[in-house]
Write a protein that binds this ligand. Structure first.
Ligand SMILES: NC(=O)c1ccc[n+]([C@@H]2O[C@H](COP(=O)([O-])OP(=O)(O)OC[C@H]3O[C@@H](n4cnc5c(N)ncnc54)[C@H](O)[C@@H]3O)[C@@H](O)[C@H]2O)c1
Length: 369
């Protein structure tokens, strides 16, 4: 079925959506859905019956505690898999074999075997897999990509995000084994596997390149807190750099921070609504041969310095959490109009392989050897 051509359903057709997984991220997707033209939520599923009942009542969607039963009842054009990454393979296989297009949240899986199986089942069945890369829909990131593509900062040489923050070792909360099984990649929400997987996708997207070698060190689920890092080398000579430790404290100076132009999480994991003050905002720095950029992704602010000091740059588009509806709009539009997803399971596989290579690099393994 590889290479199957996807014809559009037609712009007057409604895309009937089912959701599996009604946890934290599902609430952001559920809030985004009503403003997505042509999308209709028709079914929801979660292993927790109380949550299913509540969401089904609020939305008017059919409720299920068993994903196979939801898929088996049919009447779905797209199933969104919003469960922990360890469950993605099993659920993508279920949905793909029923011939239904799928949206799968990041990370695509927790190991390469599962990620490759996801790509394979989508190829075999000819269904489309939309990979959840919300960062590609953040206006500050999109504007930065345009500037880089147009040569505004010359040749991009170094991209870096540093998330060294938190509430000390006592306040350190790794994600549970249901998300990241013991012994595999793991850590808190601001770790290489859970957050860095967004960033390595963005680094590659900013450059339109895939890395050719990686060095790094990643945390394992169930092991003590520590520092993680990744250095990705790209064919153009550019370098992508990530540094994480969420079991310490920020080094921000008093009153350092930014007013949030959008809603999102600071480096310490704290949720800040639009307009709120973020002491420790997440940002990506990009240094080029004739300028530099500072991308405050969630705070929706972008600054450029081409030798005259940092100037703020416009970031048109929906500020966070609007990037979730922008992502879903693109997905629904592709199903209605035909064509392939802008971000696929293969992109998810690349991002995961980069993060896992960093996790294993300290063992002396050459991930691309
Ligand atoms: N794009 C983003 O910015 C973003 C943000 C947060 C989370 N995520 C991703 O979304 C996914 C879910 O994260 P979360 O924080 O919402 O997790 P969560 O733990 O809050 O919720 C997961 C839900 O899935 C349900 N579930 C698990 N297995 C199931 C199964 N087999 N059938 C039915 N229901 C099942 C659980 O009962 C739970 O309600 C993860 O892959 C995560 O990395 C993405």
């Amino acid at each position: 079925m590889q290479g199957v051509r996807h014809r559009g359903r037609g712009v007057d057709d409604t895309v009937r959506i089912g959701i599996i997984g009604l946890g934290e991220v599902a609430h952001v997707h559920l809030a985004a859905l009503p403003i997505v033209a042509g999308a209709q939520l028709v079914a929801v599923c979660d292993a927790r019956s109380g949550v299913v009942e509540k969401v089904a009542q609020q939305t008017g969607a059919r409720g299920y505690v068993d994903a196979a039963a939801m898929v088996g009842d049919g009447g779905l054009d797209l199933v969104m898999i919003l469960t922990p990454a360890a469950t993605h393979r099993m659920l993508v296989e279920l949905v793909a074999r029923a011939g239904i297009d799928v949206f799968c949240e990041k990370p695509i899986a927790v190991n390469l075997e599962d990620a490759k199986a996801i790509v394979e089942v989508c190829d075999q069945t000819g269904i489309r897999c939309f990979y959840g890369s919300t960062y590609r829909y953040l206006p500050a990131v999109r504007s930065a990509r345009e500037l880089i593509k147009n040569g505004a900062i010359g040749k991009a040489q170094l991209m870096s995000e540093i998330v060294v923050s938190g509430h000390g070792l006592e306040g350190y909360v790794p994600l549970p084994f249901s998300h990241y099984p013991e012994g595999g990649p793991g850590g808190p929400g601001m770790s290489l596997i859970d957050h860095g997987v967004h960033l390595v996708d963005i680094f590659g997207w900013l450059l339109d390149e895939k890395p050719q070698s990686i060095i790094g060190h990643g945390l394992k689920s169930g092991q003590p807190a520590g520092t993680e890092f990744l250095i990705a080398n790209y064919p153009s000579g550019a370098i992508g750099h990530l540094l994480y430790n969420n079991a310490t404290f920020p080094t921000s100076l008093p009153n350092e921070g930014i007013f949030a132009g959008g809603a999102g999480w600071g480096n310490d994991g704290q949720y800040v609504p639009a307009g709120g003050w973020i002491n420790d905002p997440g940002s990506i720095s990009v240094w080029g041969t004739s300028g530099s950029l500072r991308i405050f992704h969630y705070a929706n602010a972008l600054f450029m310095n081409t030798g005259k000091g940092s100037q703020r740059v416009e970031t048109p588009g929906l500020a966070p959490p609007g990037h979730f509806s922008a992502q879903l709009t693109a997905c629904v539009q592709t199903i209605r109009e035909g064509g392939m997803p802008a971000v696929t399971a293969r992109d998810g596989l690349v991002a995961l392989s980069v993060v896992l290579a960093a996790g294993d690099a300290d063992k002396g393994i050459d991930p691309f050897g």
